[in-house]
Write a protein that binds this ligand. Structure first.
Ligand code: ARG
Ligand code: ASP
Length: 713
């Protein structure tokens, strides 16, 4: 009987531990630590985050704001994704030195390449400052006043909280403003490119394979952090020296098998796990489908041109990938929300929530929350839809329109701040647009305009359209604008912007392309955005109360704060899944799968000759496993955008892989994590080592790492 109880308890702990969550590293003691140990972790919470000694967090800097990286040598060598280092690699490339196509390897430190505007940020300490930030806030009634007071408290504490001269304080809101945490951070600005495989390895499978399992991408690149002589952050200088980290990750050569413990440390960007059912239904049924339809149209046009014309393919490859990434994610997310019955699941939780409110006698405080939400989401629907249409059509996917919008803002700068501000902004704009026009193809964009403006006038909520636009014919409008507007080439645009502010503005207001955007933008900024912001603020305030109520009434639940680009720990197991009826996906892919996908000369599925040779010779060194070379694997770690480049770590604190994506069926994990189908995708660390060592011959890099055999010890 006793054993049965123990068994049941263990079973419950084990299954609960599969439920996802992104946890604050300083708060793991207790529930998380025991779950992690039950899953097989051999180290302690103190080994992950400690204020007194070096710990895992000291090896995991944020990479340039949007990604994660990890230190893998005592000389400041860091590993991140190829797609995270992409811009740096592209900026270092030229026609003669095409590092994107051919890869780049520094065979000694002198060959490492400095990068402008690239930084990595370490977390020095994590401090709960909720009391200080919320001081005096509850006494206020208006939401706008509360927000103002919070901002004041943040500014004050930012200045007074103790830190070293080269460090910074950064305060972030958790649980929708129910908790505030201050991070002391250190940013290093001299970060040099050390290695990158050719895109045919680092981006193998490209957009076709993006978000999909099984995957065969060696999505990694290497950089090195440089510091001043005191090992502190410094701007680039020849005198800088390789950074000595407080901790670096040893790399395991033993590999992984199904059910092994894994954890991922990193900087997840944004999730919305606690939305009410009304919001989830709106995303699933209204907003995602609208955005998908718009991008679908834009991508079809671009793809058509790219397939016919190689020059256009080069011009549009990176833009296309950018637009396609979230297009594909939203499709997966919408399918996953439906498949996991997310709305019904939320509705059930809401019934229980209401019962709990009643049981706790908290009707006064929380009794109207859900009906208020319901009303607000009805009220906001058309505004939210109109906002998405405007954003997707005008700001994101039609290049001429987004350029015109920037110029529209220029006119507004003049109206608000006068001639000097206008000129400053104008000069900035002209220099930034110069690069843009190099890759701008008016023939492609004219077709995109035609399709997207047609969707805009036919499908965005009619009541907010300017009168002149309601019956517009998108085809004749686009041919008129691309024939006559001066926004079509950089030279004409420069001419248009030459002269004093008044005459520039007069000329702009004679340009058909400009006028079209101005009309739509005026309408949007007057009729849509203010009201959207107003209701949205109400929802944010409700969401904060809803969160507070859940924390209060549901003390035993595993409630974690939504992602907010701060350092988190997520953990789980190496595990396959069942994407659809009678289909089982396994945990690991091998180089054999790369060869199965190989299409010689294809821009997505080509394979470098050297890799084919290594495969044929089975020359895998100590990195292979039973004569096969592992490439990628999946696990139940709960990750999101921003986790790219995050280390996957084994039970003993060694690196086993590098996170870079999620499986398509599970991309709804940002809204509704479902342990049955949500999986993160990682490159196997042994594949990374194999490429560095056997493919690139960069033994110098292998020599500075610490390779271990944790299982054989
Ligand atoms: N889907 C991954 C993420 O959201 C990878 C994106 C880069 N790769 C690509 N083929 N576009 O960032
Ligand atoms: N690919 C994403 C990133 O770049 C990770 C994800 O969304 O799973 O951060």
């Amino acid at each position: 009987m006793k054993f049965l109880k123990l068994f049941l308890l263990l079973f419950i702990v084990q299954t609960q531990a599969q439920q996802g969550g992104m946890w604050v590293p300083s708060l793991l003691k207790g529930m998380n630590e025991s779950e992690m140990k039950n899953l097989g972790m051999k180290i302690s919470a103190e080994d992950i985050y400690s204020v007194n000694k070096s710990s895992l967090k000291d090896a995991v800097p944020q990479f340039n704001g949007g990604c994660t990286s990890e230190v893998i040598s005592p000389k400041g060598l860091i590993l991140t994704n190829h797609h995270c280092g992409f811009d740096a690699i592209q900026n270092q490339s030229s026609v003669e030195k095409d590092y994107l196509t051919n890869g780049f390897w520094a065979y000694n430190m002198k060959e490492e390449l400095p990068n402008k505007d690239l930084e990595v940020t370490f977390i020095v300490s994590i401090n709960d400052v909720t009391k200080e930030i919320l001081e005096g806030v509850n006494a206020l009634t208006l939401e706008t006043e509360k927000q103002k007071k919070i901002q004041e408290n943040i500014s004050k504490l930012n200045l007074s909280f103790k830190k070293e001269a080269w460090q910074e304080n950064r305060i972030r809101s958790f649980f929708e403003g129910n908790q505030y945490i201050l991070f002391v951070i250190e940013s290093f600005k001299d970060v040099r490119l050390v290695g990158a495989p050719p895109s045919s390895i680092g981006k193998f499978g490209s957009d076709t394979d993006n978000w999909v399992w099984p995957r065969h991408t060696g999505d990694f690149s290497l950089f090195r952090i440089y510091a001043d002589k005191n090992n502190r952050p410094a701007e680039y200088s020849e005198d800088n020296v390789p950074y000595t980290p407080k901790h670096f990750l040893p790399i395991s050569l033993d590999g992984i098998k199904e059910n092994d413990f894994t954890m991922v440390l990193g900087f997840p960007g944004r999730t919305q796990e606690y939305l009410p059912s009304f919001a989830v239904a709106q995303i699933q049924n209204e907003l995602n489908p609208a955005k998908i339809e718009i991008r679908d149209a834009a991508l079809k046009v671009q793809d058509g041109f790219m397939r016919k014309d190689n020059a256009i393919k080069i011009q549009y490859a990176s833009k296309y990938a950018g637009v396609a990434n979230y297009w594909k994610k939203w499709i997966g997310e919408t399918m996953g929300l439906k498949k996991s019955n997310a709305v019904a699941k939320k509705q059930k939780e809401e019934v229980i929530f209401k019962e709990n409110v009643a049981k706790a006698g908290k009707q006064n405080e929380y009794g109207t929350l859900l009906s208020d939400f319901e009303k607000n989401y009805v009220d906001i629907k058309d505004y939210a839809l109109a906002r998405d249409y405007f954003t997707e059509v005008f700001l994101r996917n039609t290049e001429l329109l987004s350029t015109a919008y920037k110029i529209y803002q220029l006119e507004q700068v003049f109206n608000a701040k006068g001639e000097q501000a206008f000129n400053d902004r104008k000069n900035n704009l002209l220099s930034s647009l110069k690069d843009f026009y190099k890759d701008f193809n008016p023939t492609v964009d004219e077709k995109v305009f035609e399709k997207l403006v047609d969707l805009y006038v036919k499908k965005s909520p009619k009541q907010f359209l300017a009168n002149d636009l309601i019956n517009i014919n998108a085809t004749s409008l686009s041919s008129d604008i691309y024939k006559n507007s001066k926004l079509v080439t950089y030279d004409q645009l420069t001419n248009l912007l030459t002269g004093d502010a008044k005459s520039v503005i007069a000329n702009l207001n004679n340009d058909k392309g400009y006028l079209f955007v101005k009309q739509a933008a005026d309408q949007y900024l007057k009729q849509v955005l203010p009201k959207f912001d107003e209701i949205n603020l109400k929802n944010a305030s409700l969401q904060r109360t809803y969160m507070k109520a859940q924390l209060e009434l549901n003390k035993k639940a595993r409630i974690f704060p939504d992602a907010n680009s701060t350092l988190r720990v997520t953990y789980g197991k190496v595990k396959g899944y069942e994407p659809k009826d009678a289909t089982l996906y396994m945990t690991t892919t091998y180089l054999d799968g790369v060869m199965e996908k190989y299409v010689p000369g294809d821009y997505e599925f080509d394979v470098p000759k050297k890799l084919v040779d290594l495969y044929n010779a089975k020359d895998y060194g100590s990195y292979g496993e039973n004569g096969k070379m592992p490439v990628c694997f999946i696990g139940t770690n709960h990750t999101t955008g921003g986790n790219s480049g995050s280390p996957a770590i084994d039970a003993k604190g060694n690196l086993i892989g590098l996170n870079f994506d999620r499986v398509w069926e599970g991309t709804m994990s940002d809204i509704n994590y479902d342990p049955a189908i949500c999986r993160n995708i990682m490159v196997d660390a042994r594949y990374v080592l194999f490429i560095i060592d056997k493919f690139a011959g960069a033994k110098n890099l292998i020599d500075e790492m610490k390779l271990v055999h944790p299982k054989k010890k």
